[in-house]
Design a protein around this ligand. Structure first.
Ligand SMILES: *Cc1c(COP(=O)(O)O)cnc(C)c1O
Length: 395
């Protein structure tokens, strides 16, 4: 290794010795309750595939038909020659599903945030951001050049305090929160946040990546969950989690969508969602609109698993959604726990710093509609066994 690049190996060695090195496993099967991971068949407790749509036959068939008709690639950025009638159809259908006036799609939830935030605020403006917001929000805020004022996680009193102290020093203000916080599974107090933003003439943006397909009637998201239609200016979502595909979306007024078509940089300078992605997302909306069965099963599974984990004596943190963190404390313990689960046939990832604060390492279990009751019971048994072996539960 050349001398001037040696620092990379040193940094990686530091990560490894502090238990923070993330060894990425390889899948060689379709998504579902079980996965083949590094050559082993294991129970899957870590996908964001909430509704089991990632390999649903209806989505697969829709993608196949669209590929036969349009091919695979978008061939240009959307503003030049990469917008198909299917992209527009998806945007109309997403708006109708979510009860929004208008939507615009991006390549991912990450690029939706990177596109939307800098289009809304700049160097004369201020962003009021929950301290636990997702990395893509943090990066979007940095890119915008606006001043970022953080408020204590989900504390509307603190949000009001910082708005009162600083709002007047900015031209425009934007309040941003995750809808469901991805590492803890708690839900932002959106009605109170909306009232605070309204009182201080700030724009309001929520990132509903983990609420899309999960919260609200039939998975219509956090705005629907709280009945806040028309009160959230910018609603970001992802098509990569419950929707089971890949893509991002911003919902809001027609002029907001129009503005993002003019000024959303990932829209202007990066090619769009591919044709099979778009077709599969349209099929996902068809399914969600036709029945709430999958969303109902997701919640039933999540309630069962979380309740039983608590009964065993595990600390599941502050989650009120299907995201189930198993709080363990130090990163090496969480990594050891995950390794032992894997040896026993269960795939669940340890999550440590910098994804969560130091000392708050955990295993994050993602329950889905694809799990049968037997799968959940097997998972509980394996968690209990490893918990006793490692002294997390009494022997
Ligand atoms: C997962 C996630 C994203 C990124 O979504 P992708 O579509 O995977 O890029 C953005 N925001 C939040 C809150 C997320 O949880």
């Amino acid at each position: 290794m050349a001398q001037h690049l040696r620092w990379i190996d040193d940094e990686i060695a530091n990560l490894t010795s502090s238990g923070l090195y993330n060894r990425i496993r390889t899948l060689s099967s379709a998504q579902g309750a079980y996965l083949t991971v590094d050559g082993r068949r294991v129970l899957n407790f870590c996908s964001n595939n909430y509704l089991g749509l990632a390999n649903h036959p209806r989505l697969v068939e829709a993608a196949r038909e669209a590929v036969m008709r349009y091919g695979v690639g978008p061939a240009a950025v959307r503003s030049i020659a990469g917008t198909t009638d299917m992209h527009l159809e998806l945007e109309r259908r997403l708006a109708k599903f979510k009860g929004a006036e208008s939507t615009i799609t991006f390549q991912s939830g990450f690029t939706a945030n990177l596109g939307a935030i800098p289009a809304l605020v700049g160097s004369e403006d201020g962003i009021f951001s929950d301290e636990l917001n997702h990395a893509s929000i943090i990066d979007g805020c940095r890119l915008s050049g606006a001043k970022v004022v953080r408020y204590a996680h989900a504390q509307v009193d603190d949000l009001r305090r910082v708005l009162k102290a600083q709002r007047a020093s900015f031209r425009r203000a934007l309040v941003i929160s995750d809808g469901v916080f991805s590492m803890d599974g708690d839900v932002a107090p959106l009605p109170e946040i909306a009232a605070a933003a309204h009182d201080h003439e700030a724009m309001l943006m929520v990132d509903d990546a983990h609420g899309e397909g999960v919260l609200g009637r039939g998975g219509r998201g956090i705005v629907d969950h709280f009945g806040l239609h028309g009160q959230v200016d910018v609603e970001v979502g992802t098509l990569s989690k419950a929707f089971g595909v890949v893509g991002g979306v911003v919902a809001g007024s027609p002029s907001l969508a129009d503005w993002l078509r003019q000024r959303g940089r990932p829209f202007l300078f990066s090619s769009a969602m591919t044709i099979p992605d778009v077709a599969a997302c349209l099929a996902a909306i068809d399914l969600l609109e036709s029945s709430t069965e999958l969303v109902d099963r997701l919640w039933e599974n999540a309630r069962f698993f979380k309740g039983e984990m608590q009964r065993l004596g595990f600390d599941t943190g502050r989650s009120t959604t299907p995201i189930t963190p198993i709080m363990l404390g130090e990163a090496p313990l969480a990594q050891e726990f995950s390794r032992k689960l894997f040896e026993a046939g269960l795939f669940a990832m340890a999550i440590g710093y910098p994804t969560v604060p130091k000392g708050k390492a955990r295993i994050r279990v993602m329950i889905s509609a694809a799990h049968a009751r037997d799968d959940l019971e097997k998972g509980l048994e394996l968690f209990a066994g490893v918990g006793r072996t490692l002294g997390v539960l009494p022997a």
